[in-house]
Design a binder for this molecule. Structure first.
Ligand code: FA5
Length: 346
């Protein structure tokens, strides 16, 4: 068998010199170095049958040949490649002056861009970002937020149920807002608390230009000693001024959410017309941001936070409606149709 190694070497190198194109080169590789049926692989596999002395000598020679053939193969491949380029250049079939084909670049979705800007603003004010589950328990989405099964406020959050839809604390649903994260955070942490919760929320609603069944909300929660509505207003104003310009103003109007007292709808003056009325704000002068208020003392108490010592403020903002106005998108449904003609404009 010792004889076959030099013999194989001569034969393989001669065959390699004959391989004049990629296909021939590939055939050569399978024939001599292939893992299954390669000739040299066969020699290496046969070593086990040889007497010890011979095994050592043939093994060393075969391994050296393997390295030599691999190197020769690479060399031949490179030589063929260079030859092909030279021939193409001489034949004039490669136009080296041709500009490269442009590569399509991805971009961030306009709602993601708005979300990132908003989160950066909150982070710069000392808020931490936390997340909560999209499939939520009735308890967190409703019960713990003072919205019991028979409460009329449940109609405000038409629910997509994951199980049979019987309102029980353990029933599963697609969260209808990001507010359940307030409870999850207060269960785990004592004041001072300063967090924002970005995420998707779902509602069983007919869609139109300003309603989708899936939306992005940003929940804000701060609990500490001495917090008032003024802190809520100042925080939201600071964020909006950072996103839409330092001349922005904020308006809070009385509203009702069972988990805050008092509750408010928050709006900012239109960045396009500064409040005089235009197409962007539908002539109202104001742009809706979301709901807000002071955390209901009963909730603080249930979470083991002393309402005589601590107060909290909370807000939940809808991102799509803000992004619509920020980017001049006339219909909310355009955001999630995945039409590249729309998405490539941002
Ligand atoms: C809430 O969801 C409350 N959780 C907000 C809140 C948080 C109040 C903390 C008090 C304290 P509301 O249902 O109004 O409130 O929704 C808030 C925002 O989400 C709306 O202003 C709107 O911008 C957006 N939104 C609501 N429903 C839809 C929908 N179907 N499609 C798109 N955006 C929506």
């Amino acid at each position: 068998m010792a004889d076959t190694v030099p013999h194989l070497r001569t034969e393989a190198l001669a065959a390699l010199a004959e391989a004049a194109d990629d296909a021939a080169l590939a055939t050569w590789h399978v024939r001599y170095l292939g893992r299954k049926e390669g000739r040299l692989t066969g020699v290496l596999r046969g070593l086990a049958q040889l007497p010890v002395e011979e095994r050592r000598a043939v093994g060393a020679a075969a391994n050296a040949l393997k390295a030599e053939l691999e190197a020769a193969y690479e060399e031949q491949r490179e030589a063929l490649r260079r030859m092909a380029v030279r021939q193409a250049l001489e034949g004039g079939s490669v136009d080296v002056t041709l500009p490269p084909r442009p590569r399509a670049r991805g971009r961030l979705h306009p709602v993601t861009q708005t979300l990132r800007q908003m989160l950066d603003a909150f982070r710069s004010m000392g808020f931490s970002i936390v997340e909560g589950p999209e499939v939520e328990l009735d308890y967190y989405n409703f019960e713990a937020l003072r919205i019991p099964a028979d409460h009329p406020a449940r109609d405000m959050w038409d629910t997509l149920w994951v199980d049979d839809g019987t309102p029980r604390p353990r029933s599963l649903l697609m969260r209808t807002h990001t507010s359940p994260a307030q409870i999850r955070v207060m269960e785990q942490h004592q004041p001072p608390i300063r967090i924002v919760v970005p995420g998707r929320a779902y509602r069983h609603e007919a869609t139109d230009t300003t309603h989708e069944w899936m939306m992005t909300q940003v929940e804000v929660l701060a609990v500490d000693e001495g917090l008032t509505l003024a802190h809520l207003k100042g925080t939201l104003l600071g964020v909006m001024q950072r996103l839409f310009g330092s001349e922005r103003r904020i308006r809070l109007q009385c509203s009702y959410f069972p988990f805050v007292e008092p509750g408010a709808e928050v709006a900012m003056d239109c960045f396009n017309c500064a409040g005089t009325g235009c197409a962007t704000c539908h002539q109202s002068g104001w742009i809706e941001m979301g709901g807000a208020g002071m955390v209901h003392p009963e909730i603080l108490e249930r979470m083991g936070i002393d309402p005589a010592r601590y107060t909290g403020f909370a807000a939940g903002m809808g991102l799509e409606r803000l992004a619509m106005q920020l980017y001049g998108v006339p219909d909310m449904r355009f955001f999630y149709q995945n039409d590249l003609r729309m998405l490539q404009q941002f």
